[in-house]
Ligand binder design. Structure first.
Ligand SMILES: [Ca+2]
Ligand SMILES: [Ca+2]
Length: 247
């Protein structure tokens, strides 16, 4: 049988382990403005310009369209014309998400100012627009290129694909809970303060207006080893105090 002191130590170790775990998960604030695409409020009247569709040269709430066009889609809005309806809960986060193919493949860019060098985690949710009722190339994978760059030099450059074979339940966006998302994350080391360009570019051309879908874009500082070291010091202190109390 464990004595009270042993029980305390086991309990204390468990508490510290949980603290260490949550500290490791506690990322810094999201540096991406409007990464959830909640602004501006979309009418779902795509094809009729702002605020539902945005074209190369235009900007909305943190983002600039640099190629083609993109569509903001708003869940639970069934007042649109024709195929402009979107069922409830189709956003990954909040109410809105972005189709990277507006009328044709689009690219969006955001300039992000980094003041503190370190390890950053870029993360986002990705799905696909397979049409109002799932009628637009529902079996075709949708791909996009994701970059974090400073001038001409890439800190990160990768291609992500949403594969319908992995999501047999995906339906058109008219239906409730119809979109199945993949969650992606990559860790990127940023060595110097400065302005960095984050971009998402559709690579999907089979159907012009139904591309990769993204939501909840995040760029967050990953806690440094130094903060874990500080926690370790606290752990030593905790045991030291307990030993003194028992003596
Ligand atoms: Ca959202
Ligand atoms: Ca579209």
């Amino acid at each position: 049988m464990m004595r009270m002191g042993q029980i305390f130590r086991v309990a204390a170790t468990a508490v510290v382990a949980i603290s260490a775990l949550s500290a490791a998960c506690a990322l810094g604030p999201n540096l991406v403005v409007n990464g959830s695409f909640e602004e501006p409020e979309s009418t779902n009247l795509w094809g009729q310009g702002n605020p539902a569709s945005w074209f190369a040269g235009q900007s909305f709430a943190g983002w600039t369209v640099t190629r083609g066009s993109v569509d903001l889609k708003r869940s639970g809005l069934r007042t649109g014309i024709g195929g402009a309806n979107v069922g409830e809960r189709n956003a990954y986060d909040g109410l809105q998400f972005l189709d990277l193919n507006g009328h044709d493949p689009g690219t969006i860019v955001q300039i992000i100012t980094i003041t503190q060098p370190g390890l950053y985690r870029l993360s986002f949710a990705m799905s696909a627009n397979i049409g109002h009722l799932g009628e637009v190339f529902p079996n075709s994978p949708r791909s996009m290129q994701v970059r974090l760059a400073q001038g001409a030099s890439d800190l990160y450059n990768g291609v992500f694909t949403w594969d319908p074979a992995q999501h047999p339940g995906q339906r058109g966006h008219y239906y409730d809970d119809a979109l199945f998302y993949d969650w992606h994350q990559v860790d990127i080391t940023i060595n110097a303060p400065g302005n960095y360009e984050l971009s998402f570019a559709s690579l999907y051309t089979e159907a012009r207006a139904n591309g990769p879908v993204i939501d909840d874009v995040r760029l967050q500082l990953v806690p440094e080893p130094a903060s874990m070291l500080a926690l370790g010091t606290g752990l030593v202190g905790l045991f030291a105090r307990r030993r003194r109390a028992r003596a």
